[in-house]
Write a protein that binds this ligand. Sequence first.
Ligand code: ADP
Length: 711
Amino acid sequence: MSSNREPGVVQGLFNPVTLLLAALLILVGCLPFAAAVMLYTLHSRAELSEAEVNAAKTATLLLRSFEQTIEPIDSLLQNFASTFDPSWTPQQTYDVLRAYSLPASIVQVAVIDREGIMVASNLAMPDGKRLDLSDREHFRVHRDRNVAHGELFISKPVLGRVSNTWTVQLTRALDDGHGHFGGVIVASYAISDFIDFYKKLRVEDDMLIALVGFDGIVRARAAGRTSFGDDISKSSAFTRIQGVHEAVYEFTSSLDGIERVGYMIKSERYPIFVVVAYSLEYVREQTRDFRAAIWGTALGLAVALLILVLLARRYLNMQNRLYTRELEGLARQREADVLGAISRVPGICVMQVNEDGPTLIGGAGSGPLSAALGRYLKGGRFQALSAGLKAPLVCSEHLSGAGQDLEVEMVVAPLRTIEAGERAEGARKEVVVFALDQTPRRMEENQLYQMSKLASLGEVATGLAHEINQPLGVIRLAATNALTGMKKGLPPEHLSGKLQRIIQQTERMSRIIDHMRIFGRKSDERLQPSEATAAVEGALQVVGAHFRLDNIDLSTRFEPALPEVLCRQDQLEQVIINLLQNARDALVEHRPDVSGAARRRIRIDVARESAATSPAMVRIEVADNAGGIPEGIIERVFQPFFTTKPPGKGTGLGLSVSFGIIRDHGGSLSVRNGPDGAVFTIRLPARGADTPPPSPPDAPPAIPAASDTPS
Ligand code: ADP
């Protein structure tokens, strides 16, 4: 019993509140990671824009520096162009060129005539050799007017034929004195200068610093690998800078495949733009520490929260266990209180039965009941009864113990155990048995039964006197007539007729006396199949004559082909006699006038209950026309000792005993008021109907409780 637990407590961990709490904690556990991702994204973005800003600054500075580098060279070229005289000899031209003080980055300054033939170079005195440079771009763009007159052209990097150095050519067109193309002045700028400078500026290996012409040709490029002359006119970066002055660079290089972020800015004075970009890997590398820090923090927080969740779970478990124990304690206390109260009921014994056998848990531990019950609970009959028991079972048993027979009423209830919940199959079985010793009550009822029979006997005695008196009169008359006939010498037929009559009458008398014997003895017969009509006829034989004296019309109506019932006929007869005597008493009391329509009538109907009722029943109805039972008392007529008859006449036992008899037959006795008087109905299960077995043979009828009383 004490192993019973509240299932809600056992499942406490899985209740919605706990699950919600767990979900909440998991959510909270994820929060650090969500925050870390957000922080990381924000920080990465900030790093990127910072890289862009830095690149923009560097690009602007480099563009300025480029312009400032080019400016004096361009001034020199402009100055030469303005003073140039087409009639100068190569020597004169050489002298002019030599007169200029040139920055170190200028590898050479040369003049090319309108035919593309180099006139003079500052590097060497003219030697009369003819050097044709007409194929060079920096000559062609001026000759073909692809560059506006008076504008500086910055060529692609070329390998100088004279200087043998990679240079970009800064060129300006010369005038022939008539406003026509008269040649080109060229300053060769060593690109290695730019490249070296740019290389120094780089903060990482893959950082890109490039000088690109508006034609998409790289003039100088410092990256992981330095280069020049590459054509990037098809690249996304080149497309991006078209039509704008500056733009963000965020591309994968078409030259080395490295992804970079940075900035591009165009010169307003020269056809050149500068690109400064950091490799994305480098930028990301800057956030590495921060990233490690935030992931570490997030992980730490998540672990802390997980520990918190586990602790909370443990705490909840503990709380649930405590709660369960508290409930179990309360339940045990309640059990003890209930058992304590039950134990006070006289003649009760409560036992718990499991695989180890029965244990007394309430009621008297010593005495014949507990000993007999203990033995019974260990027996095979009880094992069979309790096997597979799902709901409480009420039954009564005859137990023998200490030389005494006990009639015990029992409630056998299966107990739900935790083990049974966990292992449905083959689970440990436990039952509790409440046993109440009904022997004293039975004895009391027996006494009542005998008392009621004696009372009825007294009542029927008068009727019997009449019943026997009549055949006695007939016998006396027949004997007298036979004697007279013999004396007169009448033929033997006369004598045998009279004797026959005497035999018939004695048979009738012996039948009546037999009934009296049945009525008087203690019934110990088993239920026998018999016809309900036979019991009615037997009862009429006992009381019929008496009733006729009281001017009562007794009529019977028997449905043909009635099924038999299982009964003790003497008991059924006694019930019918009780009902008839009550009807007669009511008629005598309420119908003093017996003439005409007001005649006293009792009708007995025996019929089969409608086929719809299951199981099939046979109904015996006893109806009178005495006016019925007042509504105020109809509920109480089956109570023992309830009577409205004067003292000495009524015992108040007839109906209660009758009720018990019929109940023991597995049937029912009820009453209602019909149109003229009371209608008592006996219902008995028809033979073969699936009815519960009646009580043991020597069980006297029970006294019904007030609430059992049918109406
Ligand atoms: P008793 O006959 O000794 O009074 P019963 O138990 O047989 O005891 O009947 C109880 C009471 O039921 C009677 O006193 C009577 O008031 C009422 N009663 C029984 N049968 C009838 C009936 N047919 N008509 C009216 N009242 C009845």
